[in-house]
Design a protein around this ligand. Structure first.
Ligand code: AN7
Length: 351
């Protein structure tokens, strides 16, 4: 029986007697040991936290269940968010489950097809904004300021509260924090939430150690790395196509307090990691998620030693989210034949 984030972590979340407790099965995701990338980077103990196994296929469900529960508790009937796709898919699912109306603001032409398919099918109202994520966020913030709707972006503090539970699970599964946590960075909410989770786990003495937070932006959308907002962000990893991250300062604090790094990876590095994860680990992640693995490969190749402690890479979303990118990968083998046994045996060299 899945308990879900609200029930399992209610003592560590802003849950009151009046908070409705429900779940779509979010949280309690697998921590899978690496078979191949570990060797490649010279790390004895590398794990992937498969947040792609959440009900809508991304980590967003952990925070959304808390944000939606609090919206219900506070009497809201409409939730709104801006999104590069995963937040909106999650909002649409939890909104549908709870009978809320859900309105999502997404950058037209820059949401992966699987994510849009989810929002459509869950029945959300979809506002396609002629601009980028940063424009969509600006607009939805203004709407939420002026009108009685609940903003469920990560500016809503309940979102990060829910997301921090992934750090709790890693600490519980490993019996302490890893030495390094590699994570993609877009709007910078998740790296902030993980750091909050590790700090709380440390305060509660679930772990003596704390990880170095290793965040990776896409090089075409690397505002934090470059130290200035990016006017026209661009990357194949549409989930992290963000030019002015909302949690910028908090991410920098997580980096500095943990002795970590925020760096950038190119689209080529992302696609190499994306293909490697699928072909060598059997893990189909979306391009943004591969940014954490690309970052690990980049630092290892640059000479960073990773064999003196556990390393966790957060796999934030499923590869099924973005089929259009998947089909651009060179197939290992794909040819067309007539439906004829002789032709097939011939082609397979079995004739
Ligand atoms: C797969 O859905 O921002 O640094 O609107 O979907 O917390 O933004 C998604 C972000 C990484 C980056 N991996 O996390 C959205 C959205 C995946 C993501 C990130 C996102 P943040």
């Amino acid at each position: 029986m899945i308990t879900g984030v609200l029930e399992r972590y209610k003592d560590y979340l802003p849950v009151t007697d009046k908070t409705p407790i429900f779940t779509l099965g979010e949280g309690d995701t697998p921590l899978v040991k690496s078979a191949s990338v570990a060797r490649e980077v010279g790390c004895d103990e590398l794990y992937f936290k498969l947040e792609s196994c959440n009900p809508t296929g991304s980590f967003k469900d952990r925070g959304m269940v808390v944000a939606v529960a609090k919206a219900l508790e506070e009497g809201g009937d409409t939730i709104v968010c801006a999104s590069t796709g995963n937040t909106s898919a999650s909002a649409a699912a939890y909104g549908a489950r709870c009978g809320l109306s859900t309105i999502i603001f997404v950058p037209k032409d820059y949401v992966a097809r699987g994510k849009l398919a989810q929002a459509i099918t869950y029945g959300a109202r979809i506002m396609l904004i002629d601009g980028g994520f940063d424009d969509a966020l600006r607009l939805v913030r203004e709407i939420a300021d002026k009108h009685p709707v609940v903003l469920v972006n990560s500016l809503n503090p309940y979102r990060l509260q829910g997301q921090k539970t992934a750090a709790f699970e890693i600490v519980q599964d490993l019996g302490g924090a890893p030495a390094h946590l590699f994570i993609p960075v877009g709007n910078a909410g998740n790296i902030t939430a993980y750091w909050m989770g590790f700090q709380e786990a440390h305060r509660m003495e679930w772990t003596g150690a704390m990880p170095r937070m290793m965040g990776f932006e896409a090089s075409g959308a690397a505002a934090i790395v470059k130290g200035r907002p990016i006017e026209s962000p661009d990357t194949i990893a549409s989930a992290i196509r963000v030019g002015n991250p909302a949690s910028w300062k908090k991410a920098v604090r997580a980096r500095d307090e943990s002795g970590g790094v925020i760096d950038a990876v190119t689209d080529d590095e992302i696609m190499e990691a994306y293909t490697m994860m699928a072909r060598q680990e059997g893990i189909f992640c979306e391009p943004a998620s591969a940014a954490s693995v690309a970052g690990l490969l980049k630092l290892a190749r640059g000479g960073m030693r990773l064999n003196d402690g556990k390393v966790v890479c957060v796999i934030t979303g499923s590869g099924l989210k973005d089929p259009d990118t998947a089909v651009t990968v060179e197939p290992a083998f794909m040819e067309e034949y007539p439906a004829d046994i002789d032709a097939i045996e011939d082609a397979m060299g079995l004739a």
